[in-house]
Design a protein around this ligand. Structure first.
Ligand code: SF4
Ligand code: SF4
Length: 377
């Protein structure tokens, strides 16, 4: 659904105002570095939003911002850890002193033990204490009610890594992965949540999270921490780099992540979904091939919808030659419309830029500073 340049600019104006306010926190930037990074990030966000509207291609222009979110997260996280601790390795003393940040992936492992035993589990106390946990939970609940598993396409600060690697090759080397393999992520969720409830410790974080390889990891001090580190590195290389390159799919998000599996449930309660106009569909299968998380299958296509694990990225709609796939507001008329597309795009892109803004601004500022001084801080 392409729009004219004038209409695209008109609909981008509210996004420009919101992102300008959010990036500046209501204050004018001070100094050349701040101004330059502010202008660059503002222009980047709003060019992408304008192009989503102008070109009618949601995923093509969502992806640069989503990938920038992950890259700037990893860059700023590592820089911060090195400045504060001098290392990315996490020692017991750091956890006990409250130096561990809170990550959304731990939520299913904390909620189930909380319901079962009324105990809040986390490895040590957390940077920012209850304020940090409260802010993350508030963000997660708001996002889940608004966009469901759209979190994995528009809000997760890890997902852009396997999204990026899944785009680097023009064609996949491995073509056939059974969509039923997405059940692995459900199994990981159930096993780690029950194990966490039994041990009162977040077992997925301790043993299976691939992103520990690029954020923070336990200092290797004994055989157990050595095994943990080897598992993190192997899973990161396999699920976030190698398999996305070979399959052009987001294998960590689609096949393994327990938070993604948990978040699929939120797709039941939010107002948006992807629909297929079965009358107009040519049954070419392009949407099935393009879907990065195995959410479109022959069965779902025939039923005119996606599977429950859809992340609402819009890639299926981008590739459809008949414009038969579209963002839809539940309980409204079943046909593509600009109003429905805008109703989805505004909150989705606003969430994405809200989560990305601070980290990307900081990353660009550090790069600008490096260009001028040779130092990142
Ligand atoms: S079905 Fe479409 S919108 Fe949903 S995850 Fe797959 S490509 Fe993205
Ligand atoms: S890409 Fe479009 S036309 Fe092709 S199968 Fe999917 S919905 Fe039908």
């Amino acid at each position: 659904m392409e729009l004219s340049a004038a209409k695209s600019a008109l609909f981008t104006l509210p996004m420009l105002l919101v992102t300008a306010f959010m990036l500046s926190a209501g204050k004018l930037p001070s100094g050349f570095e701040h101004w330059l990074s502010f202008a660059a990030v503002l222009a980047f966000f709003n060019t992408c939003f304008f192009m989503i509207l102008r070109s009618g291609k949601t995923d093509r222009w969502r992806a640069p911002v989503f990938i920038a979110l992950s890259l700037s997260f990893v860059f700023t996280f590592i820089a911060h850890m090195l400045e504060v601790r001098g290392t990315m390795a996490l020692k017991d003393s750091v956890m006990l002193e409250g130096g561990a940040p809170f990550c959304h992936v731990v939520i299913p492992q904390t909620l189930i033990p909380l319901l079962v035993s009324r105990t809040v589990i986390f490895p040590g106390t957390i940077t920012g204490g209850y304020a940090a946990i409260g802010a993350m939970l508030f963000l997660w609940i708001g996002f889940s009610l608004a966009l469901g598993r759209g979190w994995c396409g528009w809000g997760c600060f890890f997902g852009g890594l396997d999204d990026m690697f899944s785009r680097l090759r023009a064609a996949p080397v491995i073509n056939r992965i059974n969509p039923k393999w997405t059940d692995i992520s459900v199994a990981v969720l159930i096993v780690t949540a029950l194990a966490s409830a039994a041990s009162l410790s977040p077992e997925y974080c301790k043993w299976l999270c691939p992103y520990k390889a690029v954020t923070e990891f336990p200092a290797v001090q004994n055989l157990a921490t050595l095994i943990q580190m080897l598992i993190f590195a192997a899973l990161f290389i396999a699920l976030v780099i190698a398999l996305p390159l070979l399959t052009k799919k987001r294998t960590q998000c689609g096949l393994f992540c327990p938070f993604g599996a948990f978040q699929s449930l939120a797709n039941r309660v939010n107002p948006f979904e992807m629909r297929v106009d079965t009358q107009n569909c040519a049954k070419c299968g392009a949407c099935i091939t393009a879907c990065p998380v195995f959410a479109m299958t022959q069965e779902s296509l025939a039923a005119g919808k996606t599977r429950l694990n859809c992340i609402k990225c819009g890639k299926c709609a981008d590739v459809c030659p008949k414009q038969a796939v579209y963002h839809h507001v539940k309980m409204t008329e079943n046909r593509p419309s600009l109003a429905q597309r805008l109703m989805f795009l505004f909150p989705a892109f606003m969430f994405l830029t809200t989560i990305t803004g601070g980290m990307l601004l900081q990353a660009v500022r550090r790069i600008v500073h490096f260009a001028g001084t040779g130092s990142f801080c």
